[in-house]
Design a protein around this ligand. Structure first.
Ligand code: ZN
Length: 95
């Protein structure tokens, strides 16, 4: 059997795990962040141990933007998670 895999991206808030982009997801991280930015998401830099801005960014939903504390790189949640089919977003769960 030959199969084709494709990947869709759904942003997950680093603060509350809220998702953006369901049910269909986005083609790329850039596309996901542009769409989320329009909806009020922000992507503040992480901080290094010495307090200077790091090269990575957190994904923060509008509810978590006020009072957001920059995260250290080590404390960030895992960046990419592969969901089993039964945990994947479904259209009827979107609101
Ligand atoms: Zn959030």
């Amino acid at each position: 059997m030959s199969t084709l895999n494709f990947t869709r991206l759904v942003l997950v808030c680093d603060g509350c795990q809220k998702r953006h982009g369901e049910p269909h997801g986005h083609n790329s991280a850039q596309e996901a962040r542009i769409a989320a930015y329009v909806d009020g998401w922000r992507f503040p830099s992480t901080v290094r141990a010495d307090g200077t801005p790091g090269s990575a960014a957190s994904d923060v939903c509008p509810g978590c933007v006020p009072g957001w504390e920059p995260q250290s790189y080590q404390k960030r949640p895992g960046r990419s998670t592969r969901l089993p089919v039964d945990e994947a977003p479904r259209p009827e769960e979107s609101s």
